[in-house]
Design a protein around this ligand. Structure first.
Ligand SMILES: NC(=O)c1ccc[n+]([C@@H]2O[C@H](COP(=O)([O-])OP(=O)(O)OC[C@H]3O[C@@H](n4cnc5c(N)ncnc54)[C@H](OP(=O)(O)O)[C@@H]3O)[C@@H](O)[C@H]2O)c1
Length: 344
């Protein structure tokens, strides 16, 4: 059984990673179609050892396509995902357009795989925000054992989370600083080279940013609506890999050793935690990896049943493309999707 898969946003950061991961994991494809805007029509992207010519989304007919992975931003998704879903093609959407829709499941396969069955309502499945995906992978196994009451998280988010323009801006500004050239600020609100910016997405009325709000809403939707979470989201001059300093308050007692043992066995998690120089993960090492890495696990005696830890993952993989491909795999494993075209 194999599926015709369309990747929308195939020329972007997430789309290119999507093509890599579909190939690496041997997802059963009969055909892969690369789609983007008309600007990129005719350009080429790689899929394994093959080269795909990019087609324009607004000229493509989805009627014989089985799965569409959308990574072209919220506005494109709002316009196209419902239309594509109505044509009987299951959309896995990386944008925030449908994440909070009650009729759209928001899925991290290690966390809430059973919620996927809801997808038939709109034929859309949402992929979470990159910072939330890695966080819930690390929180879920601990929540199952000791019940999380409250989480305080500060993120250190790489520029690739802001798309290819974000990566270009860090590169260009860094070079400009070294050659004493003028440093232009376009994508970010302040200079990102040799700086950090405590502002991701738009400001909300309560002073939090939309990125911070997403972490709250998505954790509640996927893990447990009773969990209280507060976040500070910060952009840092790192190309790939989001890091998070996480403080957790549990209902039941849990030691650092117990947490380490639980996380060592947990799906999608890798513990790298030695109390010595370099005995922890950094974003540089997480780039290109599938795991959510956890380091610096320690008890926090300032609250009852408190733990602190450091969580790092490749935002383009677990935070986006890998999670989307895992969702597609889950559809296939559970027999929730059949190819429209039967193999000859
Ligand atoms: N980066 C992350 O860590 C991350 C994590 C989770 C979710 N996401 C989400 O994934 C999506 C893509 O992010 P990204 O980082 O890959 O952005 P990106 O590098 O800027 O790429 C954007 C892609 O969207 C395409 N596109 C733009 N307008 C289009 C249109 N009107 N019709 C068809 N295609 C269009 C672009 O094609 P052209 O080349 O033709 O312009 C490009 O392929 C966003 O919704 C983002 O929020 C990103």
């Amino acid at each position: 059984m194999s599926f015709k898969v369309a990747v929308v946003g195939a020329t972007g950061n997430v789309g290119r990673e999507m093509l890599n991961i579909l190939d690496e994991r041997g997802f059963p494809v009969s055909e892969v179609v690369a789609l983007a805007s008309r600007r990129s029509q005719g350009t080429e992207v790689s899929f394994g050892d093959r080269t795909l010519k990019v087609k324009a989304l607004d000229q493509y007919d989805f009627s014989d396509t089985d799965i569409c992975v959308m990574s072209a931003g919220g506005n494109v998704s709002k316009e196209w995902s419902p239309k594509i879903g109505k044509q009987g093609c299951v959309v896995i959407d990386n944008s925030s357009a449908f994440r909070y829709d009650q009729d759209v499941p928001l899925i991290v396969p290690e966390v809430n795989p059973d919620a996927i069955s809801l997808f038939t309502r709109k034929n859309i499945i949402a992929n979470p925000n990159c910072s939330t995906a890695q966080l819930v992978v690390a929180l879920k196994p601990l929540h199952d054992v000791a019940t999380i009451k409250r989480v305080v998280v500060a993120t250190y988010q790489s520029v690739s989370g802001a798309g290819k323009e974000g990566m270009d801006e860090l590169f260009t500004q860094t070079r400009a600083v070294f050659v004493a050239d003028q440093v232009d600020v376009k994508k970010f609100t302040k200079r990102i080279a040799f700086n950090v910016i405590p502002h991701i997405d738009v400001f909300l009325d309560d002073g939090f940013t939309k990125e911070e709000w997403k972490m709250v809403a998505e954790t509640k939707k996927m893990l447990d609506p009773k969990i209280k979470l507060t976040a500070t989201c910060v952009r840092v001059p790192v190309f790939i890999g989001h890091s998070e300093a996480v403080n957790i308050e549990f209902e039941k007692p849990i030691t650092a050793d117990e947490a380490r043992d639980i996380l060592r066995e947990a799906p999608g998690c890798q513990v790298l935690d030695k109390r010595e120089n370099g005995g922890y993960i950094t974003p540089l090492e997480s780039a290109g990896e599938d795991a959510t890495f956890i380091s610096r696990i320690r008890e926090d005696s300032t609250v009852d049943n408190g733990l602190s830890m450091w969580v790092v993952s490749d935002n383009l993989r677990k935070g986006a493309a890998l999670n989307a491909v895992q969702i597609a795999e889950l559809l296939v494993e559970r027999g929730l999707i059949q190819p429209k075209k039967k193999a000859a």
